[in-house]
Design a protein around this ligand. Structure first.
Ligand SMILES: Nc1ncnc2c1ncn2[C@@H]1O[C@H](COP(=O)(O)OP(=O)(O)O)[C@@H](O)[C@H]1O
Ligand SMILES: [Mg+2]
Length: 296
């Protein structure tokens, strides 16, 4: 995929098998999101094709969804002023047969389809743990729940393959752990998952296979063990704010607080810092530093 003179993704051969959770990692700007955009028809690849279940997909988002591939976005895309339930119902529309006239005339067929859709949407909300918030406006959900809602909406199109673009970005460690469980549960429903994430602990816990993208090219692909042990993978991340160690997610917050406060005051332990009221400020400053260049 080229944008003018920039080749964002080059010759990436990649297969996801049914029943698999596959991770896609790489430094910022490596081309991960662009790769998703090519898969889902948002971008028309300059070269190459995307095939699903043996059939080449036309680069049209609605046809890709219909074929059975659904996704979430790195920058959450919900209908902010619709309710939680309505957002999931929107995700279902590619799967309902009832057409425009049926909807306008609101005949018995439409009402039955509507009831079925709603029942299915509620099942999905229960599955992701948002059933109690069906009438809340999407914009009023906390960040972590908006990410869950995006997943429910993606599942509403009844995909065989789900693409998740940084599903735990901005989540705290508990929410991240819950998302891990959710992805396992999705896999257990028979849906293949391809997930982009910077949280290496999350990725290596979760994935059967991991591919590393660097400057638009696939550096390596293999099991978590193989990829984790590869020196080039570590090298690829050097110079990045290093989130690339198992446990980094939890450690990052503490480190950020320490970085500011310890230097100034010579204090040693994170626990001591955590009890101090002014730590919040130090932490905010610290984490802003450590994520420099990450925001997209
Ligand atoms: N629509 C676009 N137009 C021009 N350049 C783009 C576009 N989308 C992405 N890029 C560029 O492609 C490269 C890969 O970006 P992206 O796929 O977002 O990386 P990642 O998701 O791995 O952080 C970056 O250099 C980015 O600036
Ligand atoms: Mg991205």
């Amino acid at each position: 995929m080229r944008f003018g003179g920039l080749t964002a993704v080059r010759s990436v051969d990649f297969t996801v098998n049914s029943g698999e959770i596959v991770g896609l990692i790489g430094p910022n700007g490596a081309g991960k999101t662009t790769f998703f955009n090519c898969l889902t028809g948002l971008y028309v690849p300059t070269e190459g094709t995307v095939a699903y279940q043996g059939k080449v997909l036309p680069p049209k988002p609605h046809l890709v969804t219909q074929a059975g591939i659904a996704r979430t976005f790195q920058n959450i895309r919900l209908f902010a002023n619709m309710t939680v339930l309505e957002n999931v119902l929107v995700g279902r529309h590619t799967r309902t047969k009832e057409g425009l006239w049926s909807a306008l005339l609101r005949g018995p067929g439409f009402r039955k389809a509507e009831r079925d859709s709603e029942a299915r949407a509620m099942e999905l909300l229960e599955f992701v743990g948002l059933a109690g918030k069906r009438e809340h406006l999407a914009r009023n959900l906390p960040y972590g729940e908006q990410r869950k809602l995006e997943i429910a909406r993606a599942l509403a199109s009844e995909p065989g393959l789900l693409l998740l673009d940084e599903p735990t970005a901005g989540m705290n460690p508990q929410e991240t752990r819950a998302t891990e469980e959710l992805v396992f549960a999705i896999r257990d429903k028979g849906i293949a998952v391809l997930v982009i994430e910077h949280d290496m602990r999350f990725i290596f816990n979760l994935c059967d296979r991991v591919a590393v993208l660097v400057q638009g090219e696939k550096l390596i692909e293999g099991t978590s063990e193989v990829v984790q042990a590869d020196e080039r993978v570590v090298a690829a991340y050097l110079g990045e704010p290093f989130e690339g160690e198992p446990g980094a997610a939890e450690a990052a917050e503490v480190e950020a607080a320490e970085a500011g406060a310890t230097r100034a005051e010579g204090r040693e332990t994170a626990e001591a810092e955590a009890e101090r009221p002014e730590t919040a400020e130090a932490e905010a400053a610290g984490s802003a530093d450590s994520t420099e260049g990450e925001a997209q």
